[in-house]
Design a protein around this ligand. Structure first.
Ligand SMILES: Cc1cc2nc3c(=O)[nH]c(=O)nc-3n(C[C@H](O)[C@H](O)[C@H](O)COP(=O)(O)O)c2cc1C
Length: 248
């Protein structure tokens, strides 16, 4: 069973590829989290979780959803973390998160995909993004026989400073960086279509008088800003002139 969380499509893309290659079921946890549905699964093959890296870890809301869930049958799991450049020591924290759900981590794979965090970093252009995605697809395809055989596939190399990134910096990030008070709107561009409201995993956007209003509970997944068909949403000054990223 391939279970994914995704803000802007990268992780969904990798999850779909895994499901197709392994002929396994594909589960959209993003939708389940949005609808408040808990995980309750029985599987006879290893669970494969696919998600973006948020501050060198699994996204907190996805990790919490896994921890609260029920995963019966097979006790093994793999994690595929898509990222712009690095996952730090995400494997150590994923190991603990999965253990709380009664699952044993058999490997964590770092899959470099186009950077989507335009609140902080530039997004690669279309040509570069396509090259990155093609490389990631090849990496995933090469792993398929080992996943099908249920092998241990290891975890990424951990630099000494990665402990700090996944630990202290991650906590700092959630406390001080993540929030929705930086989002603002080009009133003249917004058409009030409500797509931002529909794609928000935290149900944090409400359309009021035809305009999105953020409600204070954001996880910075970048779905609202990247999915807006009119590029009407901005994040502080950082997003202006930056390409919006979304992989359908
Ligand atoms: C809040 C946030 C935090 C991020 N933190 C990291 C990080 O620690 N390391 C990294 O390489 N990429 C980081 N990224 C980039 C994403 O992990 C990457 O672009 C991912 O593939 C996006 O997946 P998605 O399209 O499925 O949402 C971050 C992105 C966001 C939105």
């Amino acid at each position: 069973m391939i279970i994914y969380f995704s803000g802007t499509g990268n992780s969904r893309h990798i999850a779909r590829l895994l499901a197709e290659q392994l002929q396994d079921n594909l589960i959209d946890a993003t939708k389940m989290i949005r609808q408040g549905i808990a995980a309750d699964f029985v599987g006879d093959r290893p669970y494969i979780f696919v998600a973006p890296t948020y501050a060198w870890r699994l996204p907190r809301l996805f990790a919490e959803w896994i921890k609260r869930g029920r995963f019966d049958g097979c006790r093994s799991a793999y994690v595929f973390l898509t990222c712009g450049s690095g996952v730090g020591n995400a494997a150590a924290s994923a190991l603990r998160d999965l253990a709380e759900a009664g699952l044993q981590l058999r490997g964590l794979v770092k899959v470099v995909m186009p950077e989507n965090y335009l609140a902080m970093f530039p997004v690669p252009n279309e040509a570069k993004s396509a090259r990155i995605v093609a490389k990631a697809e090849a990496q995933v395809r090469a792993l398929v026989p080992r996943l099908a055989a249920g092998e241990d596939i290891g975890t990424p190399f951990v630099w000494p400073w990665s402990w700090l990134a996944t630990g202290l910096v991650n906590s700092f990030f959630y406390k001080f960086i993540i929030g929705d008070d930086g989002f603002w709107l080009h009133e003249d561009k917004c058409i009030g279509c409500g797509l931002c409201e529909q794609v928000c995993v935290k149900n944090n956007i409400r359309i009021e008088d035809g305009r999105p209003v953020w409600q204070g509970d954001c996880t910075h997944c970048m779905a609202c800003i990247c999915r807006c068909p009119r590029e009407a949403i901005e994040y502080k000054k950082a997003s202006s002139k930056r390409r919006r990223y979304y992989l359908p």
